[in-house]
Write a protein that binds this ligand. Sequence first.
Ligand code: FAD
Length: 400
Amino acid sequence: PPDVLVVGGGLAALRTVAALREHGYDGPVRVLGAEGVAPYDRPPLSKHLLDRTSPAWLADDLGHDLHALADDVHLARPARGLEPRPGGGAVVRTDDGALTSSCVVLATGARAVTVPGWRAATLHTTADADALRAVLGDDRRRLVVVGAGWIGAEVAGVCAAAGHEVTVVEARPAPLATALGEQVGALTRPWYATAGVDLRTSAPVAAVDGTGVDLADGTRLAADVVLVAIGARPATGWLADALPLRGGAVAVDESYRVLGPTGPLTGLLAVGDVAVRRSARHGWVPGGHWDEALHGPDVLVRRLLGLAVDGPEATPYVFSTQLGHDLTMFGLPAPDDRTTLLGDPATGGWTTLWSRGDVVTGALVVDRPRDVGAARRLFARDDLPRVALPAGHPPEDLRT
Ligand code: FAD
């Protein structure tokens, strides 16, 4: 392409620019960001909320210097609108005028879900983390976390370990129910009590104000700090109806080309949390996870430049450290897939496999480092693995 405009200032944007240069593209590259800081790593924001400070995690080395790689970087100039051009590419509107490019890469990531009228913190940016750490302070505080998803569980764990009084309220019957399903999510329930966290499940929230949380059943939970961690949504509000969206995300094909009403659009690509990717192996793969923002851009750039892509498609991969446990998940199981449990959660690490017929659709490894490599190898192939899982007699671990 004669020029590239990357919209977004996070991991996917940085990796896109880096991949362009790594693969020999020497045309002009421009970047528009919204946060005013260079790309940084988000997973430590929750895991190291209380033991790292802004300069440290901003300096977390993502391995590339955006300013050295791109020609024109504006980290506090958000895109306000987009108009695809008939001949390819798009015009991108900002408060400082419009930019026209023959190749626009959308990498605006996600934003934390908020509820109108709720007065509470969210956690998506380093500025959010700084603000949350400041209100928690050094004294023991009452923290209510709304949502027992990945981020809620991580923050609850580090805050309880630091001596804060932590309550987690979750509308579903089990923690992590949205990610893992209720049955598997319930296996993480005992972790809360052990960590000294008061977990309330099937507890939808009616209202959040400056001094606490009202549950739908009338219970009042007084709090010094409330964190709402009920998920993230692709940051597509600025696109208005310029592109057809799929579940709020920008739909892309296997090469990360944006899908218009009649097929891929020329000179418009999207990657990372903002996108939902069509996959021959997994169906539609949503963003929302670090690994996709890390590895997706390399495939995007290779396809854009007409270079070969080696090896099988990367499988969706998620990691989390929460309440003293290490979780690694591969694949994209559906809610009604069958689950097989390997190991005993009551006595140590365990692994869950999801399957549909004899096809393994996902694996979650908890505190069993030796299974992580085995699970990774299981998915390192072109099609989904097929494993005969004996009903009633689960094998001892993934290697058997
Ligand atoms: P983002 O990181 O969201 O970056 C997008 C950037 O674009 C932002 O800087 C945003 O300000 C900017 N932007 C938005 N709108 C515009 C606009 N209109 N114009 C210009 N710029 C714009 N994933 C895991 O797999 N494991 C984890 O343990 C894990 N932990 C996490 C913990 C936290 C607290 C958070 C918030 C996320 C975590 N994630 C984790 C998710 C992971 O961080 C994301 O998947 C990853 O950051 C996605 O990268 P991205 O570049 O697509 O989007």
